[in-house]
Design a binder for this molecule. Structure first.
Ligand code: SRM
Ligand code: SF4
Length: 561
């Protein structure tokens, strides 16, 4: 078989870069050690992604010339963060970043605003805390998601273990990361090892990023259908029988490029827990061998599924694993989202769900969330869990500590019983401006105000406590998964958004484009006739997304798992 990597067609620049420097070291170590430069070369920024680092600049300050800053993304399978690690991250964010920790939509942390002189120290600090940023970005498997809420099922911990297993099994084996960031070696292009070959990824890794997630029905909090590879836990009589394997999900698209589109994954079959590693490696190598290495916009696994079909994919997967997948088992998702406030766990302990506005853990004058979490962890060594909706869980809390934790939060401006409104708690925003180089419009900085206006509108039409899942992103890459929301705002141009409508509560349906260019200040005017009709026409208990899907797009049904 001729793989894409061997095909004579013109490969993208990234492919040639990886092939020439398969340890992914580039010139990073040497540039890091050179205090005279404030940035890395364009080629090195591609390698740095595999190390979990993005070179950015503060776009608010561009007029005065580019000021380079770095974003560092952690790798935290299932979003689990022991207290000792969290406290290190908290310190590193203040010492070398912009004094915030941002929870990502894949249950990890991002540090923003790091200048080059602090980058090495921050990276060393993360690794000294026995955490890593390796493969948090780049053409490899990314952070593996899994339900982290301790009340989701008694089997949460078992599923988390499987997520950790795959996270480890799919890690690239290059030693360059350790040499540069832990040992401080000034590796340069002269040290390139062109013969190095990763046992799983080969010399050129994947054509594009690869994403894995686990879900435990009936909760689809991790948006399992949006991942390249998904595992839906099948549980009977409190026993994990195995997983339905899904493949080919992904949301990123580009405006005006019909070759790119959001896609929900297909259900391929059922595997037992001892088969997941083999199956995951086989799916990953299908992407490796058949993905488009000529066009990075068309290189995700989802396009292989779209172009070659499920039957071909299943056959190829079975050929690689050497066994037949069992037929998929029945499953049903009914909801997504997080639990807030205090809740009992199955083991007699408790957890506290904390709302984090747009995922940014920070201190403001009124709400000092960053200081509060630090104070709680310093005193009780509480485990932190990050959720896919960018919220935070304090887990495994003993009954006798609940009151004091509630008091510490209250002293920092957080009322545990009344943390936020239903609309805000169900929302997501990506970072967008000023750090994201791809942002076409604001997201994180504008969503709170947009939500306030939508809340006003809902009160006006007599629905003051209606939950609507609203997500906003600064561009169509879809980092905040807007294409699954009941209302999705997708950045089109400065101050302008596409309006998508019709996602559902269980996140099992893509929404549809309703309007192309909506100015930020016209969002409420645009939504008013819709929510007014919804308030009058909805069937009993019908949600806005279901109403919009039924009424606004009656003749173009989309797949619903
Ligand atoms: Fe993303 C690129 C932020 C989840 C699809 N994403 C980016 C970059 C790195 C911009 C860049 O390439 O220069 C953004 C950094 C902004 C900043 O300043 O921090 C960025 N993505 C994020 C995060 C932080 C958003 C958030 O609000 O939390 C999420 C980090 C997750 C993590 O911990 O790994 C994040 N990105 C997602 C998701 C959602 C998911 O995975 O569940 C998606 C859609 C699902 C998918 O992959 O299809 C997503 N990000 C993209 C894409 C489009 C990829 C494509 O197939 O076309 C890009 C652009 C790219 O890769 O070239 C992108
Ligand atoms: Fe940046 Fe676009 Fe992702 Fe938002 S959706 S973080 S603007 S790439």
């Amino acid at each position: 078989m001729i793989t894409q990597a061997e095909s004579p067609v013109k490969r993208s620049h990234n492919e040639l870069l990886k092939e020439a420097n398969p340890t992914l070291a580039g010139n990073i170590g040497a540039t890091l050690a050179d205090p005279a430069v404030d940035r890395f070369s364009d080629d090195d920024t591609q390698f740095m992604k595999f190390h979990g680092i993005y070179q950015q600049d503060d776009r608010d300050k561009r007029k005065a010339g580019k000021q380079y800053i770095f974003m560092v993304r952690g790798r935290l399978p299932g979003g689990i963060v022991p207290a000792s690690q969290y406290l290190v991250f908290d310190h590193l964010a203040s010492a070398y970043g912009n004094n915030t920790l941002r929870i990502t939509t894949r249950q990890s942390f991002q540090f923003h605003g790091i200048v080059k002189s602090g980058l090495g120290k921050l990276m060393k600090g993360i690794n000294d805390a026995l955490s890593t940023t390796l493969a948090a970005c780049g053409d490899v498997n990314r952070n593996v998601m899994a339900p982290s809420t301790p009340a989701t099922s008694r089997l949460v911990e078992q599923v988390l273990d499987d997520a950790r297993l795959l996270s480890q099994a799919l890690l690239p084996k290059t030693s360059a990361y350790h040499k540069i960031w832990v040992e401080g070696q000034p590796l340069s292009l002269a040290d390139a090892e062109p013969d190095f070959e990763d046992p799983l990824y080969g010399k050129t890794y994947l054509p594009r990023k690869f994403k894995v997630a686990f879900a435990i029905p009936p909760l689809n909090d991790i948006d399992v259908f949006t991942n390249c590879l998904g595992f839906i836990a099948i549980i009977e009589c409190e026993k994990l029988l195995g997983y339905n394997l899904l493949a080919g999900g992904g949301l990123g698209m580009s405006h005006g490029n019909a070759e790119t589109f959001p896609r929900m994954s297909d259900v391929i079959g059922f595997v037992t827990p001892d088969q997941i590693e083999q199956a995951a490696k086989a799916v990953l190598t299908i992407h490796r061998d058949f993905g488009d290495r000529t066009n990075r916009k068309h290189a995700r696994l989802k396009y292989i599924l779209e172009d070659r079909g499920v039957a071909w994919f299943r056959e190829e997967l079975e050929r690689r694993v050497g066994f037949q997948l069992q037929p998929a088992r029945p499953f049903a998702f009914t909801k997504q989202g997080d639990m807030f406030g205090w809740h009992p766990q199955f083991n007699g302990q408790h957890f506290l769900g904390l709302y984090v506005e747009t995922g940014r853990i920070k201190d403001t004058e009124a709400v000092r969330l960053k200081s509060a979490v630090r104070a709680i962890l310093e005193k009780f060594q509480t485990e932190v869990r990050l959720t896919p909706s960018q919220n935070l869980i304090l887990a495994n809390v003993a009954s006798e500590h609940k009151e004091e934790i509630t008091q510490i939060l209250s002293d920092h401006g957080i009322d545990v019983e009344n943390q936020s409104t239903v609309i805000r708690r169900a929302s997501i925003a990506c970072p967008a401006l000023p750090t994201c180089g791809l942002a076409l419009a604001e997201s994180e900085r504008t969503l709170p105000d947009v939500l306030a206006r939508i809340e006003g509108l809902l009160a006006e039409v007599g629905l003051p406590s209606e939950e609507i899942i609203i997500r906003m992103t600064g561009c169509p890459n879809g980092c905040g998964r807007p294409f699954m929301a009941e209302i999705g705002f997708v950045g089109r141009a400065p101050n302008k958004y596409q309006l998508y409508l019709g996602g559902n509560e269980s996140s099992t349906r893509l929404n549809r484009l309703f309007k192309e260019n909506v100015k930020n200040e016209e969002i409420v005017t645009e939504l008013r006739p819709l929510v007014t009709r919804f308030a009058k026409e909805r069937t009993h208990g019908e949600r806005f997304g279901d109403w919009a899907n039924r009424v606004l797009f009656p003749e173009t049904p989309v797949a619903q798992n």
